[in-house]
Design a protein around this ligand. Structure first.
Ligand SMILES: [Zn+2]
Length: 326
């Protein structure tokens, strides 16, 4: 299948409005700036990056040429100028780090030098077209500058424990402690789920094959390998369409109720439901045909590279110098 290259594609053409809404709520939550500062002070980004590049197999044009080609192609289609490094990891790797994500999804760490990591089971499970979706999702996270808050959310339980311990004797620490035990984690996890909706759209734009995206999602949702050839994807599409969706309130209740356990849930049916709604609205086709009209984005209140709090409107971050809009 010939893929359309989406010239000049900007993330605002396809970002989900609930992603933006949850991000606004997150950035208004007390304690975020302190948490980001601790994340940077402890060098967590560097640690995460080193953990991965020091442990996993690098995918290059000569080591796994077909996989590398899919990544390059997806970057070109989605208008990401620099192809990030990519590694493949053993499947249980994340459990050891106490970072829980679904094995059938990619992971991206590092804001300034991003690295994409996929599990070896991804390569055994997905067809090339499905893999294009999986990698497209990660490229979408990079384009929308999701990485800083996503990485913070993953290591939040570890980081908050360490921070609380270290801060016990420091003045002002009680504010951080109460924020952490209060709404901050909830706001982070809520945003993380809404950010998935944006990533899925980028994945579809990279893959450009709705059936392949739906079979990939059916596999993430639990389709066993023995049914890969016989499964009728229409059944999955019907299930996703019939899903009633989460209202903001139900969603918040679920998150509060499940607390940390929620990190294990991929909410794949909810995600497929949202993606189908976007396709049905005609907006997916409009982006493909380069007919999207985009409105100017509101100025960000935090730099998504370094987490610096932006008090007055700037084009570039006064702390790290990176451009503030995606
Ligand atoms: Zn910055």
């Amino acid at each position: 299948m010939e893929l359309a290259t989406l010239d000049g594609l900007a993330p605002r053409e396809y970002e989900h409005h609930l992603d933006q809404k949850a991000l606004d709520a997150l950035e208004k939550t007390a304690g975020l700036d302190v948490l980001v500062k601790k994340f940077n002070d402890f060098g967590v980004e560097r640690f995460l990056r080193l953990e991965f590049i020091g442990s996993n197999l690098k995918i290059t044009p000569s080591s796994l040429p077909d996989v590398y080609e899919i990544l390059e192609e997806a970057c070109e289609v989605l208008n990401l100028k620099t192809t990030p490094e990519i590694y493949v990891r053993p499947d249980d790797y994340f459990r050891k780090l106490e970072v829980t994500t679904n094995n059938l999804e990619g992971i991206t760490v590092g804001v300034n030098n991003p690295v994409i990591i996929i599990s070896s089971i991804c390569l055994e499970t997905f067809t090339n077209s499905e893999l294009r979706f999986i990698l497209g999702c990660e490229i979408g996270r990079l384009k929308s500058q999701h990485i800083l808050y996503q990485n913070i959310a993953w290591i939040f339980p570890t980081l908050s424990g360490t921070v609380s311990g270290l801060l016990a004797s420091i003045p002002g620490a009680s504010l951080l402690a109460s924020s952490i035990s209060g709404g901050l984690y909830l706001a982070l996890v809520n945003w993380l789920r809404m950010a998935d909706y944006t990533a899925d759209r980028a994945g579809l734009l990279a893959c450009q094959d709705i059936n392949a995206v739906m079979t990939a999602m059916a596999k993430i949702a639990g389709l066993p390998k023995r049914y890969f050839d016989s499964f009728n994807v229409d059944d999955f599409v019907t299930q996703a369409r019939e899903f009633e969706g989460f209202s903001d309130n139900t969603y918040n209740k679920i998150l509060k109720g499940l607390s940390l356990a929620v990190r294990d849930q991929a909410f794949t049916i909810a995600r497929a439901n949202e993606l189908l709604k976007w396709i049905d609205s005609g907006n997916y086709q409009a982006v493909l045909e380069r007919k999207t009209k985009i409105q100017a984005a509101p100025p960000p209140s935090f730099c998504r590279h370094c987490g610096f709090k932006i008090e007055v409107a700037h084009a570039f971050c006064p702390n790290c110098g990176n451009a503030l809009s995606a």
